[in-house]
Design a protein around this ligand. Structure first.
Ligand code: ZN
Length: 293
């Protein structure tokens, strides 16, 4: 990846703070096309802020854009929705931090991006060519962490978790039907012959099982989801105050990084709040480049 970065940064003025090695490490799973796309985004962002040199901040934002889509500043959320999003993302972040082996949290935000009202970005520590059963179970727990935080901290649940639930169900079904990772044993019941159409995954499954087996499959899928849900609930129950703290911090700052969460968990406030308090009471942030879409 570092080599691909070199190729695509040839005609681009990079700042002294840019380290291609760091970028290569920050973008596991990125294809050369993703990297090209990302470098062009970064150049665009730089031009939009009337800059001539691409800095690390521009590249970071470009990475996030490739993963999660552009910011949607035009989409205004009500206070209630913001709170719900903050608690939901706090749930993902806390579960991801608590479960050993989960991909580290890189950034949490309640700024709407793409189709999402907010998101918790995890970055794997290294490229992975295979997922183990444990990896997949962990992913399920983190996916359900958002919904569980809503259940526990807000005592109500929302449609905000629909994408998580869709993904979790897909993973659990994959484990049972295609990967032989359930009590039904190493048998492939379905084969995914999916085709990508209009960016969405319209999958056609070849089903090789009886009605009786279909019921067993449903039971196994349910068992896997219920187990992940149970563990996510335990984590959130045990760390309710941390979820609330992250949610409150997100409501104030919209976006926090992994380092900031570490600091927050230790000191119960952010470092930038210390500075802000001592410098001035009211500080208006300069508007950044806006996304008009
Ligand atoms: Zn979510």
């Amino acid at each position: 990846r570092e080599e691909v970065f070199k190729v695509h940064s040839k005609n681009k003025p990079l700042g002294e703070d840019v380290d291609l090695k760091v970028l290569a490490r920050r973008t596991p799973g990125f294809t050369p096309a993703d990297i090209e796309n990302m470098m062009n985004e970064a150049a665009l962002l730089t031009a939009r802020r009337n800059g001539t040199i691409i800095h690390m901040d521009d590249l970071e934002e470009a990475i996030t854009r490739v993963i999660a889509g552009p910011q949607k500043r035009s989409r205004v959320m009500s206070d209630k929705e913001r709170k719900l999003t903050a608690v939901h993302e706090g749930g993902h972040a806390i579960v991801a931090r608590a479960i050993p082996g989960a991909d580290p949290v890189h950034q949490v935000t309640i700024m709407p991006r793409g189709r999402a009202g907010g998101f918790t970005m995890q970055l794997p520590e290294e490229d992975r060519f295979y997922d183990t059963k444990k990896d997949m179970e962990t992913e399920l727990m983190v996916l359900l962490g958002g919904r569980v935080a809503e259940e526990i901290c807000l005592e109500d649940i929302s449609t905000g978790a629909s994408n998580d639930i869709e993904q979790a169900t897909r993973i659990a079904r994959l484990m049972v039907c295609e990967l032989g990772m359930s009590d039904l044993g190493p048998i492939q019941y379905e084969r995914n012959t999916g085709s990508v159409f209009l960016g969405r995954d319209y999958t056609q499954n070849q089903q090789n099982y009886s009605l009786a087996t279909a019921e067993k499959i449903d039971d196994e899928v349910r068992k896997i989801i219920e187990e992940a849900h149970k563990i996510a609930r335990k984590v959130i129950d045990d760390n309710k105050e941390d979820v609330t703290l992250i949610a409150e911090t997100l409501l104030k700052h919209e976006q926090i990084t992994a380092e900031e969460i570490d600091y927050l968990m230790k000191n119960r406030h952010l470092k930038r709040d210390e500075v802000e308090e001592s410098v001035s009471e009211v500080k208006e942030e300069a508007p950044k480049a806006e996304e008009t879409k």
